[in-house]
Design a protein around this ligand. Structure first.
Ligand code: ADP
Ligand code: MG
Length: 384
């Protein structure tokens, strides 16, 4: 990360900002797991030039060279990360610009999509040794704030919530389900804990604990959260004096979203209790795919109201927001179908255009002429 940018890097940054409101789509391939190796699986994904993904049912180099034109599929993304890519590189390429935007009062969101086991939670939360995007984003945000703190005051609040089975829960203070309501800012969860954060050190432990509060699969005790969506919201408020000496309040919101396993989106509808849960997860992910379709087709009506997840993501998908999608995939041919499905949706998400992302800025104090101050006072008195 950091350091002096090369000409090429500058070019990419410029390209990115000129496309502005297009969703940026990245793919991350994880290393082959021990279990997959033991099951004799072969690698069916190749990443070339950090952009192109080839998906082929044929594994050996010979097969690949001979048959890629016949049977393989080729996709291209804003960047594609091979299995050797570090957490820091994933963060820098996908999310660092959004964190910068948040300090300027712009909303941003990053969501990880993919089948269970594809690497979503590793990418978002990571481990103590290799922290993921959530933690690296906080670290970067605090570093940037420290760097600038001479020209204003800042406050950072965190919320961490889960959507499971069409129920919204607070992961920082588990208890009764939360109710969603719409206000000026958009959709908000009433009563959600807003944790005031001062440094990165406390954040990893907080998020790890929050993650342990994610709903555990009843039948797969060791595998938490494959049906739950986890959303970390970071709100950075920054009070600063602008060029004309006005005091302005900038509020930027960053949402980091670890979606439930996408394999459920196409699951069957057996009439058991388990599948009622399944159907609800389907509801959220199916609603997400219908919203993506409607956005891509430029429809007037986008069916956000069909699920809790899409209500919460409304801002991120169709609003004024810088949005990034990271599609996580396994290299194993045993996951071929799931990988194909993930790449299909990632490819489709490239077409989504969000609204132009402007800063959320409010002028609190006008440079003082006496009349202006008198007016301001009057207004404040009225509000109280
Ligand atoms: P998901 O959240 O999509 O269900 P996980 O993030 O839990 O998947 O990943 C499944 C397993 O693979 C975990 O043990 C995780 O540590 C490991 N893993 C995932 N991605 C990587 C990676 N890029 N490098 C190393 N290990 C990874
Ligand atoms: Mg997970």
């Amino acid at each position: 990360g950091g350091g002096i940018k090369t000409g090429k890097e500058m070019e990419t940054i410029e390209e990115k900002s000129s496309v502005g409101s297009r969703i940026l789509v990245f793919v991350r391939l994880r290393p082959m797991a021990k279990k997959e190796k033991e099951a004799g699986s072969r690698c069916c994904v190749r990443i070339v030039n950090r952009r192109d993904v080839f998906l082929t049912e044929f594994a050996s180099e010979n097969d690949y060279l001979r048959l890629k034109r016949l049977r393989g599929r080729h996709f291209t993304f804003d960047a594609s990360f091979p299995d050797s890519t570090s957490q820091q590189e994933v963060y820098s390429t996908t999310t660092a610009d959004l964190v910068e935007g948040v300090l300027q009062g712009k909303n941003g969101s990053v969501f990880c999509y993919g089948a269970t086991g594809a690497g979503k939670t590793y990418t978002m939360l990571g481990t103590m040794e290799n922290p993921g995007v959530m933690v690296l984003a906080m670290k970067d945000l605090f570093a940037k704030i420290r760097h600038r703190s001479c020209d204003g005051n800042h406050v950072v609040h965190l919320s961490y919530l889960e959507v499971y089975n069409e129920t919204v829960r607070d992961l920082l203070s588990p208890g009764r389900p939360l109710v969603l309501r719409e206000d000026k800012q958009g959709i908000v969860a009433s009563g959600l804990t807003q944790y005031r954060a001062y440094s990165t050190d406390e954040v990893m432990a907080l998020l790890q604990r929050g993650n342990q509060n994610r709903t555990t699969e009843p039948t797969r005790v060791n595998e938490t959260s494959s049906r739950s969506h986890a959303i970390l919201q970071v709100v950075a408020e920054y009070r600063v004096r602008d060029d004309t000496m006005n005091v302005v309040n900038r509020v930027g919101k960053l949402s980091l979203i670890d979606l439930a396993g996408s394999e459920r989106a196409l699951a069957t509808d057996q009439r058991t209790l388990r599948s009622i849960e399944g159907a609800n997860i389907n509801r959220s992910l199916l609603a997400l795919s219908s919203c993506i379709n409607a956005l891509v087709e430029g429809k007037k009506h986008i069916p956000y109201r069909n699920s809790k997840l899409t209500q919460l993501l409304k801002d991120s998908l169709g609003g004024a927001c810088n949005t990034v999608m990271i599609a996580n995939i396994s290299p194993s041919n045993l996951s071929f179908g799931e990988t194909q499905n993930t790449l299909h949706w990632a490819d489709r998400a490239k077409e989504i255009r969000t609204k132009a992302c402007e800063a959320n800025e409010e002028i609190l104090q006008v440079p003082t002429t006496d009349t202006n101050q008198a007016k301001l006072l009057l207004e404040l008195q009225k509000e109280n």
